[in-house]
Design a protein around this ligand. Structure first.
Ligand SMILES: Cc1ncc(C[n+]2csc(CCOP(=O)(O)OP(=O)(O)O)c2C)c(N)n1
Ligand SMILES: [Mg+2]
Length: 794
């Protein structure tokens, strides 16, 4: 790692030249996309020149001096053009991409791990989430180092906008003891005092400083540039310095839109006594330069700040770098500059000012020049060799977990996980996490076996025979405080551990199902970033009867079905859950077992929606006998199987002309569905019962065949999973302890009328029979639903 602390003026000068080129390329990239590239739809392409310019100095100092190849960096979303300009200069991005900002297949508007052509460590875009990603990556690295041996040192760095600090998830992340004492974490706040709409009111720095310090962070500021520092060293400067520190953001920021003489007057409004007199020694132009000389654009100060943070190894650091939004552009500091772009004339002026010609405006530095040599050398220093580490374990297709005659899926989940953890080839890779709900989601047995992770050994003060939570570096459960945002942020980074820490893991998180929505943005973020993990939402639905409306989830299945990369799994029976969980573990581990590959493209996260309702397992056993284990298992994994063949329930002489209906149940409602099927059989109706084990996978396969048909202009084929299970053409009743909408597409998929039954209002406390009655999920209602479906078909 090179170090400028001993001040090498030539290298600083080189960095300044590189910084100018980064400013130019990032600004021009946005300009080209908006003014010159052919525009087919009339939409403004957009891009953020001011937010980018604000970060040019910070990122030049990082990439062209400070960083090492092991470091991992998250970039403020609106500085994506700066990142790509740097990657281009380092030799990691083809020139053609500079003209492809915000095109399909080109550079993404915000850094994307999965879509950008250059190597992005952390996706960003939804502010706050990218900021905490390196913190959770550092938590993951600490875990990996403790379990699999020390990796080369990495620094986990986030460069974030100051307004990102308004996002609550930042403070949730900081506050959790799981993120404590990570000396390899550094956040650099691009402190330009502006957000999207406005100048951030008042002076927030004091509050933020104390919030970080209260969370145990080391805080530094880089506030003054060298001109300001020089002025502060003059005798009598104290009142000026004090006023410079106290002036409210809005007043300071308004200076940028003024002429130098107006700026002096504005700055002096409300100034401490003595300021005006002290500043008389500078003419207006000089004073303007002094007042706008902030430390976040001083490369030497930045490097000193980075190294000072490096030296603090017992806790994370945050560095507030005072910057100017739109630095060195005509829109600098303008409160309305967030989406503003400079004009063609201003681009021409900037090009001339930076001594570039139109012919070589996109070029890298001249080969053989000092700048070129530095760029090449840094390109080499930062180039990473990819190590493809794999999980070497035999993943079983099922476990020997005991499943009682009556069992709930939540209970079986805990058992299966405990069984799996007995497999020594698999055990090391399992890591669980929960936001203070580990015991109430049945992770207790697993944790008793594998312990709680803590980077230091912890004494146990309570000897609880049921809860043997030994805490120490070998524990495999990471316990979090109640923050579902933290749960999904951590799951995401655990799920990227193979890529970021060269050690794949099998992360398993649990959460009460209704509160999945509380962490939804981080859930989406993690899957968007390409993370693989398992999450279990349990208990779910109104089946959590006595807990009442505030704990009853209704829209979560829709979320699970609709999120790209997520597979919603909601089995009713224990054995089916066992197969599905083993299969999900195999998939997360990267081992494909026993499944047809085209059933499962793009599956990253497996979302199990479970319940505490104990149900009779006999019907599943009967179906298993009837269908055969190999076939039923394939069907369960594909998303559905026929639990009851309705024809076997009615007298054969009635069968030929009897009306036929498909009763489709998902999850905890199965006993009511089965009862309705029996009642219908008594009435001479053939009621086949279909158990949907994975609405997500079933929907996905239907959509894939549809799209295939649309793309090839052919009649879509009927997805295999639906074809075999829905063997007869008959109307459908779907029953689900969730919004009725979640399964309401089945009729379309099968080309048959459907009555979709579910929970479409807020819940309340009660017992299961009462609540099912209240929401029309009782067997009587299902029978009526079937009659309605039959009448729709006539
Ligand atoms: C979660 C979320 N909410 C809102 C936005 C829209 N948005 C984009 S940038 C921005 C302001 C960011 O200000 P700051 O972080 O200070 O960055 P700057 O542009 O000043 O560098 C907002 C509100 C977003 N990207 N993500
Ligand atoms: Mg800002």
């Amino acid at each position: 790692m090179s170090n400028l602390l001993k001040s090498a003026p030539e290298e600083l000068k080189l960095l300044q030249k590189i910084q100018d080129r980064v400013l130019w390329l990032s600004t021009r990239m946005i300009d080209y996309a908006n003014r010159e590239r052919e525009n087919l739809d009339g939409l403004k392409v957009g891009g953020h020149q001011a937010s980018s310019a604000s970060m040019v100095s910070i990122m030049t100092a990082l990439y062209f001096n400070f960083l090492d190849k092991e470091d991992r960096v998250s970039i403020k979303p609106h500085a994506a053009p700066v990142f790509h300009a740097i990657q281009y200069l380092l030799g990691n991005l083809d020139k053609k991409y500079l003209k492809e900002l915000r095109t399909a297949g080109g550079l993404q508007s915000y850094p994307s791990r999965t879509k950008d052509p250059d190597q992005v460590d952390f996706s960003t875009g939804s502010v706050g989430l990218g900021a905490v990603a390196p913190l959770f990556a550092a938590v993951t690295r600490r875990y990996v180092d403790a379990h699999f041996g020390k990796r080369p040192d990495s620094r986990f760095i986030a460069i974030i906008g100051d307004a990102e600090l308004d996002e609550g998830n930042i403070w949730e992340a900081l506050a959790d003891p799981a993120t404590n004492a990570l000396g390899n974490v550094m956040w650099i706040v691009d402190f330009n005092r502006q957000s999207l709409d406005r100048v951030i009111p008042g002076v927030r720095i004091k509050q933020w400083r104390s919030q970080f310090e209260a969370a145990g962070w080391h805080v530094r500021e880089i506030k003054y540039g060298s001109k300001l520092e020089n002025v502060f060293s003059i005798d009598g400067s104290a009142p000026f310095k004090k006023w410079f520190d106290d002036i409210p953001n809005e007043q300071y920021q308004s200076l940028f839109g003024l002429s130098p003489s107006e700026a002096r007057k504005r700055f002096l409004e409300g100034a401490h006594e003595g300021t005006e007199k002290f500043l008389r020694q500078f003419d207006d132009e000089e004073l303007f330069e002094i007042l706008t000389d902030l430390g976040g654009h001083n490369l030497q100060s930045l490097l000193e700040g980075f190294h000072a943070c490096d030296a603090v190894t017992d806790r994370p650091s945050v560095l507030f770098a005072y910057t100017i939004k739109g630095w060195h552009l005509p829109i600098a500091g303008n409160p309305r500059n967030h989406s503003a772009q400079i004009s063609g004339k201003q681009i021409d002026d900037l090009r001339a000012q930076l001594q570039l010609k139109i012919e070589d405006e996109w070029a890298r530095f001249e080969p053989g020049s000092a700048e070129d040599s530095l760029c090449r050398a840094r390109g080499v220093t930062l180039s990473r060799s990819s190590k493809a580490v794999e999980i070497n374990a035999q993943i079983p297709a099922s476990t020997t977990a005991k499943i009682g005659a009556k069992a709930s899926t939540q209970e079986v989940f805990g058992r299966v996980l405990t069984e799996i953890s007995r497999d020594e080839s698999l055990r090391p890779y399992l890591v669980s996490t929960a936001p203070d709900v580990a015991t109430s989601t049945n992770l207790g047995g697993f944790i008793n076996r594998l312990g709680v992770f803590n980077h230091a050994d912890r004494r146990r003060w309570n000897e609880d025979p049921m809860l043997k939570w030994a805490e120490g570096p070998q524990g495999q459960h990471i316990e979090l405080g109640i923050s579902e945002m933290n749960l999904f942020s951590l799951l995401g980074q655990l799920g990227l551990s193979g890529d970021i820490s060269d050690q794949p893991l099998i992360p398993i998180g649990t959460v009460y199902d209704p509160f999945v929505l509380r962490g939804l943005d981080a859930f989406i973020y993690s899957v968007y970033s390409g993370a693989k993990f398992i999450v279990t939402g349990t208990p779910s639905g109104i089946t959590l009867a006595p807990e009442g409306g505030a704990h009853q989830s209704t829209i979560t299945p829709s979320v699970g079905i609709e999120l790209p990369g997520v597979v919603l799994i909601e089995p009713a029976y224990g054995r089916a859950l066992d197969w599905l969980l083993c299969d999900a573990i195999a998939h997360v581990a990267g081992n494909k077992v026993d499944t047809t590959p085209d059933l499962r493209p793009n599956e990253l996260a497996f979302y199990f929606r479970l319940t505490t309702r104990s149900i009779d397992q006999t019907p599943f056993q009967e179906a298993l006998q009837r269908i055969g284990e190999a076939t039923i298992r394939t069907q369960v994994l594909a998303g559905a199987y026929r639990l009851v063949d309705g024809r076997s329930n009615i007298r054969s002489e009635d069968g030929q002309f009897a009306p036929v209906v498909h009763l489709v149940g998902c999850g905890a409602v199965m006993p009511e569905v089965l009862e309705a099927a029996r009642d219908l059989a008594d009435e001479g109706v053939v009621a086949h019962v279909i158990d949907i084990t994975s609405p997500g996978r079933l929907y996905g396969s239907w959509q894939r065949t549809l799209k295939q048909g649309i793309r090839t202009a052919n009649t879509p084929s009927f997805p295999g999973a639906l074809r075999t299970v829905f063997a007869e053409r008959a109307p459908i009743v779907s029953v689900h302890d969730s919004s009725s909408h979640a399964l309401a597409w089945l009729g379309s998929a099968l080309g048959m009328p459907q009555v979709a039954m579910g929970v479409d209002s807020f819940g309340q406390s009660g017992n299961i029979p009462d609540l099912y009655k209240l929401h029309d999920l009782s067997s009587g209602s299902i029978v009526n639903g079937a009659l309605a479906a039959l009448s729709l078909n006539s």
